[in-house]
Design a binder for this molecule. Structure first.
Ligand SMILES: NC(=O)N[C@@H](CC(=O)O)C(=O)O
Ligand SMILES: [Zn+2]
Ligand SMILES: [Zn+2]
Length: 430
């Protein structure tokens, strides 16, 4: 069946909004026509499903290359189905899930399990990453060839850093030989040792141990040298420090194949904003200084950081109630990502709408070689409709995710996704 989205506000190459009708058939965009100058031939066929998007932005579906769906093993935090629904509600049509499940995604069987569950949920495209090392213990490489054959799109031990440089070099050499990326959670454990928040005012005030910036940047620097030596596509997870950014910027300047991502919370919140000992403000990497926040913003603006990801990391209320020191790291992200960035950066005039949309669509598609992320005839019909004028308070009770762990509860935000279309099918609608 045909689906026609009428009067969509679409960004053109110059970043201006134009009113268009978008025709979709068999999961593909077949036609995009001007809403003005419409002829009789442009009228929808009687049997077509029509969505009137007048006054609303229509973009390629958002892509989130760093998320935690928790299944298998931690279904009390999230399942592939609830996570997929939360993603769809946030306007995401493709998500790439991390392997720190139980069992860890370190065998072809777990990759297949994730793909089967995602298909069963039938909501968004789920792309699984596989672990670099067995059980993410950093001791023994997984079977990269078998994992790739099963459908893994890259290798990462997200949740922990690969502590041993030779192990990382071996992983990169092998990944490069099969044209697969290595995605790295950068953290030197010897510099962190049980600290729950970043070094800074908050840690001092509450007598907590602080995570220093170098614990991230040391891995970034090491891995950039290893990426240079091996030629692998090296992607840095959740960049949060000025020092990491300096290293990535220099690496890009000399042509090393490095890309990077940043999360909305690291673009908006600093450690000094943490209101008290509330573990909904605890995540890894931690909130850093205002100076680091500004460095992250500038790096995204100048392309040193390529993409925005949420690092959606649901945890149960019981786990988060254990307090700042003992609660697990992580916050949910799908359902607040776009409204947060739209409100804080586009509505306030620092970024163009085009800049934000690109970093959540075309840029991740380019970095990871995906077919999606574009709005053109022949492209997959993965589309997000956003009401840029809609203003609402963030209410965790409304989340489709099982996770309620967000520091943004009660924030008044604008620019909420209202309809999400995957392969030409409406998978979520307000
Ligand atoms: N980001 C987090 O704070 N937590 C993630 C792990 C990770 O992304 O490193 C998790 O799995 O909960
Ligand atoms: Zn991580
Ligand atoms: Zn993560």
């Amino acid at each position: 069946m045909q689906l026609i989205i009428r009067n969509a506000s679409v960004l053109n190459e110059k970043g201006e909004l134009e009113s268009k009708h978008i025709t979709v058939a068999d999961g593909v965009i077949v036609k995009i026509t001007d809403a003005a100058g419409e002829t009789a031939a442009d009228q929808p066929a009687a049997e077509a499903q029509v969505i009137d998007a007048a006054g609303k932005l229509v973009t390629p579906g958002f892509i989130d290359m760093h998320v935690h769906l928790r299944e298998p093993g931690f279904e009390h935090k999230e399942t592939i189905e609830t996570g997929s629904r939360s993603a769809a509600k946030g306007g995401f049509t493709t998500i790439a899930c991390m392997p720190n499940t139980r069992p860890v995604t370190d065998s072809p069987e777990v990759v297949s399990f994730v793909l089967d569950k995602a298909k069963e949920a039938g909501l968004v495209h789920v792309l699984p990453y596989a672990a670099i090392t067995k059980n993410e213990l950093g001791r023994e490489l997984t079977d990269f060839a078998a994992l790739k054959a099963a459908g893994a799109i890259g290798f990462t031990d997200d949740g922990v850093g690969v502590q041993n440089a030779q192990m990382m070099k071996d992983a990169m050499t092998l990944a490069a030989s099969m044209d697969m990326p290595v995605i790295a959670h950068c953290e030197d454990n010897s510099l962190v040792e049980g600290a729950p928040v970043a070094e800074g005012e908050f840690a001092k005030r509450h007598g907590l141990k602080g995570i220093p910036n170098e614990s991230e940047a040391i891995h970034v620097g090491r891995d950039i040298l290893l990426a240079e030596a091996t030629g692998v596509h090296y992607h840095v997870c959740h960049v949060s420090t000025e020092q990491s950014i300096r290293l990535i910027r220099q690496a890009k300047e000399i042509g090393i194949n490095v890309t990077a991502e940043v999360c909305p919370h690291h673009l908006i919140l600093a450690e000094e904003d943490i209101p008290g000992l509330d573990a909904n403000w605890k995540m890894n990497p931690p909130l850093r200084s205002r100076r680091d926040v500004e460095a992250c913003i500038q790096a995204l603006e100048d392309g040193t950081i390529d993409i925005v990801v949420t690092d959606h990391a649901p945890h149960s209320e019981d786990e988060k109630a254990k307090g700042m020191q003992l609660a697990p790291f992580g916050i949910v992200g799908f359902e607040t990502a776009f409204p947060l960035l739209y409100t804080k950066f586009v509505a306030e005039g620092r970024w163009s709408l085009e800049m934000l949309v690109r970093r959540m669509t075309a840029a991740p598609a380019r970095v990871f070689g995906l077919e999606t992320g574009r709005l053109a005839p022949g492209a997959p019909a993965d589309l997000t409709i956003v009401d840029l004028d809609l203003e609402k308070d963030v209410n965790p009770e409304d989340f489709a995710s099982k996770g309620r762990n967000t520091p943004f509860s009660g924030w008044k935000l604008k620019g909420w996704p209202v309809t999400t279309i995957v392969s030409g099918k409406v998978v979520w609608s307000e």
